[in-house]
Each structure stands twice: as structure tokens, then as C-alpha cells.
Design a binder for this molecule. Sequence first.
Ligand code: ADP
Ligand code: MG
Length: 733
Amino acid sequence: MSGSTARFQAIQAVTKYQALSEPLNFAATTMAEVFGSNVFSTKVMKDRLPKSVFKSVMKTIESGEPLDPAVADTVAAAMKDWAIEKGATHYAHVFYPLTGLTAEKHDSFLAPDGLGGAVNEFSGSALTQGEPDASSFPSGGIRATFEARGYTAWDVTSPAYILENLNGTTLVIPTAFFSWTGEALDKKTPLLRSMKALNTQAQRVLKLFGHKNIPLVTASAGPEQEYFLIDRNFFFARPDLINAGRTLFGAMPPKGQEFCDQYFGAIPDRVLACMLETERELFKLGVPVKTRHNEVAPSQYEIAPIYENANVAADHQQLLMLTLKKVAAKYGLECLLHEKPFAGVNGSGKHLNWSLGNAVQGNLLDPGKTPHENMQFLVFCAAVIRAVHKHSALLRAVVAHAGNDHRLGANEAPPAIISIFLGEQLADVFEQIKKSGSASSSKQAGLMNVGVDTLPPLPKDAGDRNRTSPFAFTGNKFEFRAVGSSQSLSGPLVALNTIMTESLDYIATELEKSTGGDPAKLASSVQTLLKSIINEHGSVVFNGDGYSEEWHAEAKKRGLPNNKQTIDALPAITDPAVVSMMEKYKVLTPREVASREEIYFEQYVLTLNVEARITHEIAKTIIYPAAVRYQSELAAASANCKAAGVDFDAALLIKLSGLIKTLNEKTAALEHLNEEGGHGGHGVSNPKKAAERCALKVKPAMDAVRAVVDELETIVADDHWPLPTYQEMLFIK
Ligand code: ADP
Ligand code: MG
């Protein structure tokens, strides 16, 4: 049997595709009816909980006050009844381990009644706390086996929901996951802590601006998720996609994305059907998905919800990724969330739109219309500039992982240098602030004297967009574009919230000092402070082309870090300044920080090890046999020609034989490295060193194998080629 059988069968199957799902009918059941129908929402709680209990829970959600343990039993009972009405047989604590994935442990509601029967039971303590064991998740040394207990605790601020399955439903409760010692083993715990810290410092600054009764200030997040959808038949014929989530081989197709005919183009029918069902499932779960469109690369798409409280948005984002994958399968599609599933065409990011605010003072990064508000806005905006400049290496570190290495710095994604795009008008405002010294009596100084009262109101939309910036002001929020498509939002959010907290703390402290509590002195104090901030930190602002060579040179001059790969970027997590900041604002203890650095290095090593082993295996057992079959075909043709007394052009045979030889050499070199590296499960002994070895030795060895294989693909007879090609995967749908 030819090695290409699987490939041709895949093509056959794709062309015969028929929908598996029943058509949905949105006229019969409108989206509005569907929205939130599987959520234990505020409304459901209001309807089902005694007034005092409802009030108590809302206090926790809205003001961040600790939950009154006395109400847990009542909430649990109401939740159980609601869930059972919706067909639930089990409940699950869902948590977010440091792998970045979503984890859940299911328990049945059923308990024996002592009379040979059973009753449904769900106590307050089962709601508020669980012990999933889950000792196999990486803990970075925090959970030595002698203290291996891991607990989950109900996060009241993120709503519980019902997860549907063909054969039943499950009540899912979002939780934080931590060790017996109280140390965070997950991504949610530090996120919640960072939200709390941000509120405290934002309140201080708002007070200086004369606000009273300030409600909880929260960070908001709106992620734009990019992803690929390809036919599952191709997916199953590619061991690299199955195991590594990306193609480890594949020559560029004759046609790529150069025509831009995909970007915002008409969405293919099957894909649109899949999107509609995905969105409906997400609506049920209360995820406010809003936009969808084709992205730049063939078979690449984007889905973006409306922004929410950052903690809820992070949970919803995990649900969104799971739902994308789950529903895609129903349409015979595989959803690829990897940052770079296909070399040579655009990769996938997850633009993280971020801001902060509350219901009364509104969005604190909204420039607003009145000068007074503008002054407040400029202070919050300057806090961001200062934060990003001081901690650009940390922001780079929280988006550093094996997948994103293929994307950042490539010429379709933001560079690895973290800079801020402000847009022309805002950049000009800060430029003026910088110039207007106290010695100056110029027009500019006048302009800036009381906030910016003689400047025209700032534009709501920064009309001028800059797609090359990793961190862009986009009208009323910042957009962190370096986040990878497969990533949890939490790491980037923790970093943003905490560096902002530190800046706001600094600003509040300075202003409290310089005004001495006298509101009349606020304007001049703000002016002085803004000037010093922009002088010290303005070098992080860059409004030009982030892809250009000149910027790399200029950034270097400005002293901005350019950490190209994960191994260069990750150590910033344990930089003493970061460790003490995380400790000061009680977001992460030094041990928690250290454990994270270790785990992320380990994740990198595990990813590279898997990729290297699959590269070797495919090269040796799939590509080599195909190449040799073709070689022997050509050799036979050559012998036959000779016997028949006709000329045979041996050029191709010679070239092929040469490539086969190189393939064997490169494969052997990689195999040697793989053996040397060992199998490496958890507990890679020195993850940082192992990561360096992977980046500096293993990766180049893999690339070398790929280079030969991709060349072979262009000369081996098509009917021998065993792997679905880029052209097939990206264009046959
Ligand atoms: P674009 O592709 O032009 O960047 P999109 O409309 O696709 O814009 O996405 C913008 C995202 O920013 C949406 O998720 C939107 O809800 C979000 N967003 C808007 N305002 C805020 C805010 N104050 N905080 C966080 N995110 C926001
Ligand atoms: Mg965007």
C-alpha cells in the first residue's frame, strides 16, 4: 500500500462531508432566550435565594467582601435544585492549573440514604471546598508528596453554570486551586489577588480626584481569539497536528495568503454553521460573544466576546476555547488553537483588551470630554506608561512559551520588544506635557496648566491604528497583542493588574505628599508628576512601524529589552524587582513566583521534547519510506531505460538520493539528541538548563530535519507523498 493512501482517503472524505448536526432554528428559539440559560446568574439567585442570602452573596460579588460562610448551605441547596431541574446528575469544581488548561473533577449528587436507597445531596461545604487530589499537576516544588493535598475553593465572583452533554448535564463551579500550605497552584488565585490589589490603589487615586463612595474598581478584559479550522480527516492523517498541535513539516503551497482573499471574506457555509452553533453554546453559558470574521491566513478565523470583569472574562475564555474545539468536531472540523499551526502563513494571537473602572466613575481609561476628567484620565494613562516601561520584560515573560516563539517577532505579529502605541493625538499630548516645564511661560505651559483644559477633547477612537505595536491604546483601553492564541488570559492579566497597582500606588503616594491633602494643589501637582513620569518612562512610547529594522536599532538605544525567545524572556519573572512587587501587593509569594518560572520552563521542555520525538518519528517512519519508494521507482526506471537502450535523465534520482542521505544524517542527529535528553516527564531536574538545551540544540536539529523533508515534498511524486499538504489542509473544505 502506498503511503499516500491515508492522504487520498482524507481528501475523499472531505469532499463527501455531510453535516452531523440537526439544523438550529433561531426563529423558534431566539438568541435572547438562549443567553445565560445555563448560568446560575444574578437573576436566578434573586429568584431562588432568600433575600438576605441573596444580598450577602451580591455583597461579595459587587464589593469584594468575604463570603459569609453561613449562607453557603442555602446557596448550595438552591444551586442543586436548579441544576437538577436542568438534568444535572453531577457537580464539578473547575480549576485552572498552571498548565494553562482547564481541569475539572466531577462528583455525583447521589448519596446513600441508609435505607437501601439514595438521595441527592449537595452541602454548603461541598460547594465551597473540594479536594480533588490532582497531585499530578505541576506545582514547581510547592507540593512535595508529603504535603500533597490540593484544595479547590468556590469563586463566588464567577458564576456557576451547567455543562451539557448528550447523556446528561453537570453543574460546574469555578474554583481557585491551592495547596495545603495555602499557596496558589493555579492561575485564578493570583488573578483574584491582583484584582483586589488594583482596587485598593485605584481607590486611593480616585479619592485624590475628589470622588466619594467609590464602588469596587475592577479590571476589564475583552479577548479576541484567533483560530484555525481544518477538516478533521486531514488532522487525523497528521501525527504532528495530533500530538503537537502544529505541523512540524509542510512545504509552502503555491498559493498562500498573498491575495488577501480570505481576510474578512465570506465565511464558508460549513464554517459559518459551526460558528453559529459555537456561539449558541457560548450564549447558553453567558459568554457574550459579539464578533466573528475570517482572518488573514486561509482557514483562519476570529471570535471576540464583549469585555467583562477580568476574572470572569478569563474563565469565559477557557470555556470559549473548549467550546470551539467541541463544536468544531461536530462539523467534522478540528479547531487549532496553536500560535503557529502552519509555517509561512499568519499565526494566531489573542489580543487582550484591558482597562479598569467601575459603575460610577466609569472606564478610567476613557479620555472623556471635560478637562477635569481628562486630567484624571491622563493620570491613569501615565500610570500605564510607567508600568509598561518599568516592567516590559515581565510583560514579555508572561507571553513567553514554546508556541508563541514561532509567532512573536515574525513579521505578522508584534515584535518581542514591548512598546506602547498611543496614537498621534495622545502622543502629542504627552509630548507637550514633557516639554511644558515650570520655567516655561509658553503657550504650551499654559495649555497644560490645569490638566488639559484648552486642548480639544481627546478622540474617543484613535482613528490611526497601528497593527505592529504589541501594546496599543485603542480609544478607551489598551490592547495587549502579544498574547498567544492558546494561552490562558490569567498570566497577562495578573501582570497588567499588578504593574498598574504598583504605578497607582506610586502616583497616589506622590500626589498625597505634594498636595498635602489640599485639593487646590491637585492640578499643579499632577502636572509636575506627569512631566516627571513621561520624562522617565516616555521612551517606551513608539508610534512607528514595530516591524522595521530601524525600530530594533532605536529600541536598543532606548534600552528597551528585546527578549526574542522563551529562554531569554522567562527569567524576568524572577527578577528581584518583580518578586518584591508581587510580594508587596500580595499577589504571589516569592516561592509562588519561583514555582511558576520553574513550571513554565518545564512546560517549554516538555513541548520541545514531544515535538522533537514526533519530528524524528515522522521523518523516519513516514517520510523516509515514501522517499525510498520513489527512489527505487526512479532507479528501476533508470535500469529499464538502460536495458531498452534509451537515455535516462538521472538528475532527479541523484538529487533525491542526496536528500535521502541528508535526511538520514539529520534524523540520526536529532535521535541522538532525543536519547540524550531522556524522556523527561514532570520533574525535569533543571528545567531552565534543559530549556536552554532545547532551544539551542534540539530546535535547530528539528529545523534541519524539517528543511530536508520540505524539500523532499517538492520533488517526491505526489502519489507517494504521505502527509496531507498545506494546500490540502488550508484550502479543501
Ligand atoms: P478590533 O479588532 O478593532 O481590535 P474588536 O471589536 O474585535 O476590535 O475587539 C475589541 C475588544 O475590546 C472587544 O472584546 C471589546 O469588548 C473590548 N473592549 C472594549 N472596551 C473595553 C474595555 N473598557 N475594557 C476591556 N476591553 C474592552
Ligand atoms: Mg484588536
